[in-house]
Design a protein around this ligand. Structure first.
Ligand code: TYM
Length: 334
């Protein structure tokens, strides 16, 4: 396998097919996924099993998985260099998740912020999958003997559990799993809602579409959303906790331009809020336009995408199955 160069360490990350990819996903995770391909063996996953904690119609679910696959390719993940696959097509994830369930404590899962938030939001459907979600995530990561996991800040607690499980298992059975480290971007690790800048930009935001920039938004939609973004009454551009709206716009600008906050401030720090918003909107629209174009082209060739999906699942399965053979042997499973 050409991609799996032994001199390189392994990267693993995943994304839920639970809606259209937004700018938070892009700046917090995807841009990192793309450039890491130059230096690591990368494995990226559409984590459809994770998304089952929320009810969805089958046909719509399938469509969302395909769209996410196409979008990840459109931003620049190359399935010939990296592995890009769908979680449910590699059954080993579910198998290892069950085993890890038996090594994870209720207290550890009960402390998870995401579980607490999601069970408040979905009071009518607090299923066991929501509770054991981080265990499946640990299985995803550890199956591939991952060294680094590029994710946004909101996933830090889940990664800690993956590390703990790797160490716990290794302590009993010897070195089976690599203990993964987190990789969060310097800029863009926590992009906020445009309407409620104290909260993260999230697919499940209830304050409406104006709060979220989707990667498929037209330049006009991007401009209109950014123009209406909440700022504050003191018209001074600064990056500070008491100015969450303006700080978020600076994060977005620096993220899409791949510059530091200091450089962003020297470029647009003297602007009025109106001019600041215009500069941010221009930068975002310029970044996303070619991505949307590629996304539409990839989606148009369904057969080619389906082929890529299946051949990549087979590549992932080879690695996952080898790890599972080791795990089964250690546990004494016949
Ligand atoms: P998900 O699908 O919610 O998000 C995918 C990635 O996007 C990042 N992200 C953000 N980054 C910055 N600002 C935001 N507002 C923002 N919103 C989302 C997330 O941190 C994530 O990196 N549990 C994971 C999926 C998962 C996974 C894995 C990740 C399952 N198995 C194994 C890594 C490794 C999740 O729900 O991500």
């Amino acid at each position: 396998m050409v991609w799996d160069n032994n001199d390189r360490q392994r990267i693993y990350s995943g994304m839920q097919p639970s809606g259209v990819v937004h700018l938070g996903n892009y700046l917090g995770a995807l841009t990192n996924w793309v450039h890491l391909q130059d230096d690591y063996n990368c494995i990226y996953c559409i984590v459809d099993l994770h998304a089952l904690t929320v009810r969805s119609d089958g046909a719509q679910f399938r469509r969302k998985c395909r769209e996410l696959f196409a979008m990840i390719m459109a931003v620049g993940v190359d399935p010939a260099r990296s592995v890009l696959y769908v979680q449910s097509q590699v059954a080993e994830h579910s198998e290892l998740a069950w085993i890890f369930n038996c090594y994870t404590y209720m207290g550890e899962l009960g402390r998870m912020t995401q579980y607490k938030e999601k069970s408040q939001k979905h009071e009518d459907n607090i299923n066991a999958g929501l509770f054991t979600y981080p265990v499946l995530q640990a299985a995803d990561i550890l199956l591939y003997k991952t060294n680094y996991v590029p994710i946004g800040e909101d996933q830090r607690q889940h990664l800690e559990l993956s590390r703990d499980l790797a160490e716990r298992f290794n302590k009993v059975y010897g070195e089976v799993f690599a203990v993964p480290d987190i990789l969060v971007p310097k800029v863009g690790a926590r992009i906020k809602s445009l309407q409620e800048p104290e909260k993260k930009m999230s697919k499940s935001d209830t304050s409406g579409d104006g709060a979220i920039i989707y990667l498929t938004d037209s330049p006009a939609a991007i401009r209109s959303k950014i123009k209406k973004a909440v700022t504050d009454s003191d018209a001074r551009v600064a990056h500070s906790p008491d100015k969450p709206g303006v700080s978020n716009l600076l994060d977005i600008y620096a993220g899409v331009k791949r510059i530091t906050i200091e450089n962003a401030l020297s470029e647009i720090g003297q602007c009025s809020y109106g001019a600041l918003k215009e500069a941010v909107a221009d930068a975002v629209a310029a970044e996303l336009e070619p991505i949307t174009q590629r996304y539409n082209d990839i989606l148009a060739d369904k057969a080619a995408m389906e082929d890529t999906m299946h051949s990549n699942a087979a590549r992932a399965k080879t690695i996952a199955a080898a790890t599972m053979r080791q795990v089964r042997k250690k546990l004494g499973l016949l």
